[in-house]
Design a protein around this ligand. Structure first.
Ligand SMILES: NC(=O)c1ccc[n+]([C@@H]2O[C@H](COP(=O)([O-])OP(=O)(O)OC[C@H]3O[C@@H](n4cnc5c(N)ncnc54)[C@H](OP(=O)(O)O)[C@@H]3O)[C@@H](O)[C@H]2O)c1
Length: 262
């Protein structure tokens, strides 16, 4: 068969100008970096997290650069009504939703027998249930449009487990399962799902996860963690692919990190 007979046509690279994005966990680290880069590429962005002051600072920073299509909506992604509110505000302002960046989450380190049950529950409610809520309320507008992108920030901890990492890894393995199901369920409706699995990234993550300053310093000087912008560039790489290209999974590691905390 002559390939020319197939009359294949490939799309150009996707432009982010005017696309409407919702980024959870945008008050610091990876989420803030993705939101910044999306806004600078011309996307309209709803930035979401609990710390309103941090979101307002980000919005102000972008305003100073002449980028006004950014909106802060504070919400706790563990709460259904708050997630629905975020989606409603986005649709009310821009009339559509093209990109969901499900990034909000945190780490927690503990041997299983010593687990603080309340913290474990919060970890699950944020990393897994919060992701489900984000997708549950965010996807319907996108499905109605027949096109959209979902970027899910998972972790290398969703691929390998270390001692003390059971609770966190369990959530990120769960995140990957949700992403895989979503990809299968929405592939025929124009939705591209990308899971990003970063290794160590220099954000507030390690402090929140319970690592001491000394541990963070020693580990960082050994592996030189990624900058949050490195992960944001990976997200943009996936988002800017031509319509016929999907990057299902993307693992990004510091060059010197072999395993998650080694
Ligand atoms: N840093 C790493 O080494 C690393 C590696 C692999 C994967 N990750 C993943 O990357 C994602 C972002 O983490 P990061 O490294 O950027 O850490 P970070 O700087 O601590 O950022 C975490 C973000 O999640 C938000 N968040 C947490 N709980 C929330 C809730 N209940 N409702 C709404 N927002 C919530 C935080 O905002 P508020 O506190 O203001 O709500 C913050 O904006 C997480 O999913 C994490 O698991 C991180």
């Amino acid at each position: 068969m002559n390939l020319d007979d197939l009359e294949l046509s490939w799309n150009e690279k996707e432009s982010l100008i005017g696309k409407v994005a919702l980024v959870t966990g945008a008050s610091s680290g990876i989420g803030a970096s993705i939101a910044r880069k999306l806004a600078k590429r011309g996307a309209h962005v709803t930035v979401v997290a609990r710390r309103r002051d941090r979101l307002d600072e980000l919005v102000q920073e972008l305003h100073k650069e002449g980028l006004y299509e950014v909106m802060a909506v504070s919400a706790d992604i563990q709460k259904a009504e708050e997630v629905q509110h975020v989606v409603n505000k986005t649709i009310n302002r821009w009339g559509r939703l093209d990109i969901i960046v499900a990034n909000a989450g945190f780490g927690y380190r503990s041997p299983l027998v010593e687990v603080d049950l309340e913290r474990w529950e919060e970890l699950y409610r944020t990393n897994v249930h919060g992701l489900m809520l984000t997708l549950h309320y965010g996807l319907p507008p996108m499905l109605g449009q027949g096109k959209g992108d979902v970027i899910i920030i998972s972790s290398i901890a969703g691929k390998e487990v270390i001692a003390g990492g059971g609770p966190y890894s369990a959530t990120k393995y769960g995140v990957n399962a949700i992403a895989s199901a979503l990809r299968l369920e929405t592939i025929d409706q124009g939705i591209r799902v990308t899971t990003i699995q970063p290794g160590a990234v220099a954000t507030e993550f390690s402090q929140v996860a319970g690592y001491s300053e000394d541990e963070i310093r020693a580990f960082s000087s050994k592996v030189l963690p990624l900058h949050p912008d490195d992960v944001a560039e990976a997200a943009l790489y996936a988002l800017e692919q031509p319509e016929h290209v999907n990057i299902p999974e993307l693992t990004i590691m510091p060059s010197k990190q072999t395993q998650r905390f080694k």
